[in-house]
Design a protein around this ligand. Structure first.
Ligand code: SF4
Length: 385
């Protein structure tokens, strides 16, 4: 569960602009001469992110006070937000890339302090850190740990595990490694069409060679469909909640068609999309269903929960995902996320001419308020004169 009333871990991420809008006579609504900027009832940092940043900030504070030869080393991005990662880098923290993490002994010594990000690290790397003998600050979110515990138990009970998520997302990379360590078999399905395909293959039966050709080694360690005749299903904690419900329906229908009355005892489901993700998705839909001529989503392009907010918003209004206020170059030009390219692209004429203009602003669980506040201020310039 999240507690969104708790203050942020560190003042560095706060924004007086957001505080003012949040506490306005009309909460979360900034009324301007030529329109309004509206925030959802829940946005920004979740409890897991606040905790991770508090632990990392405390480690950097302690390190700054101490005269010690060791360094602070983050085993990957602390969360998926460029502003936050740059903040820690500017405070002397070294962030390892994934290949560098594989050579952890090259980059971490016994005198260093290793910080484990909110998504965790694979178990073998955790063990190697202990062997190195460095100080370890573990920022792994409890909701992510709960997903691992449940799926590892299911794997030990002999269930093949379907993970609905992005195979290369940091959290799912660790989930795969943990399941392998538990002696389990997994398959990562990234989209609903992939789940449909899996369901069809299960119904119709499939040769081992076809199964192996259909799923790459980065998504499964199984050799055949047989491994999934009993199935446990989890979702990456930041997936779209209504998609995970659909996954359950598709799998239930496929297993019923294939196994009839024994289908129920072959299936285990665990709702692992975290409460913070669900809350932000629900609040985003409420906001988008109200009067929005335009929606701006603020957050890192690598943030799964932020990208899903963008996906939701696009159903209701023109919606753009941007990383910071600098992305708003002018009323004519915006640097926004392009899904196909997985990078920023220039959007022209993004700002509608209509006045008064109603602009919704969404922010994922990894988006710091300081950046949200800067975006609010930048948008307000267009609705003031
Ligand atoms: S979004 Fe959910 S899983 Fe991720 S850090 Fe926040 S509470 Fe934890």
């Amino acid at each position: 569960m999240t507690d969104d009333k708790n203050p942020s871990a560190t003042d560095a991420f706060h924004s007086p602009v957001v505080d003012r809008v949040r506490n306005d006579p009309e909460p979360n609504r900034w009324i301007l001469p030529r329109g309004e900027l509206v925030l959802p009832r829940v946005f920004g940092f979740c409890r897991g992110v606040k905790r991770a940043l508090a632990l990392a900030a405390r480690a950097t504070d302690e390190h700054a006070r101490r005269v010690a030869p060791g360094r602070l080393v983050l085993l990957g991005e602390i969360i998926h937000n460029p502003w936050v990662n740059a903040y820690f880098q500017n405070r002397g923290v070294t962030i390892l890339t994934r290949p560098q993490r594989q050579d952890v002994e090259e980059h971490v010594t016994s005198e260093d302090c290793a910080i484990i990000p909110a998504f965790g690290v694979p178990l073998p790397i955790e063990r190697r850190l202990r062997d190195i003998g460095c100080q370890i600050v573990d920022c792994t979110c409890g909701d992510v740990r709960r997903l691992w515990t449940w799926s590892e138990q299911a794997a030990r009970d002999g269930y093949g595990v379907i993970v609905f998520g992005r195979s290369e997302h940091d959290e799912t990379v660790v989930t795969k490694s943990r399941l392998t360590e538990a002696g389990g078999v997994y398959l990562v399905l990234e989209t609903l069409p992939q789940v449909e395909t899996f369901g069809t293959m299960l119904r119709n039966g499939v040769r081992d060679a076809e199964f192996q050709a259909s799923f790459s080694p980065s998504t499964t360690n199984a050799e055949s469909m047989k491994a999934f005749e009993t199935l446990a299903q989890v979702s990456q904690t930041t997936m779209l909640y209504h998609h995970t419900q659909r996954v359950r329906e598709i799998l239930t229908a496929a297993y019923s068609a294939r196994f009839g009355e024994t289908a129920a005892e072959r299936l285990r489901f665990q709702p692992t999309v975290c409460r913070a993700t669900q809350d932000r998705q629900d609040a985003a839909v409420e906001l988008c269903q109200s009067r929005c001529d335009l929606v701006i989503v603020v957050g890192g392009f690598g943030s799964s929960n932020t990208r899903h907010l963008h996906e939701l918003a696009r159903r209701y209004a023109p919606a753009y995902l941007i990383e910071n206020a600098e992305a708003i170059q002018s009323a004519e030009q915006l640097q926004a996320y392009n899904r196909q390219a997985d990078a920023a692209e220039t959007i022209r004429d993004w700002l509608p001419n209509k006045r008064p203009l109603h602009v919704g602003l969404l922010a994922g669980a990894s988006s710091p308020e300081i950046v949200i506040g800067q975006v609010l201020q930048r948008l307000a310039e267009f609705l003031t004169h």
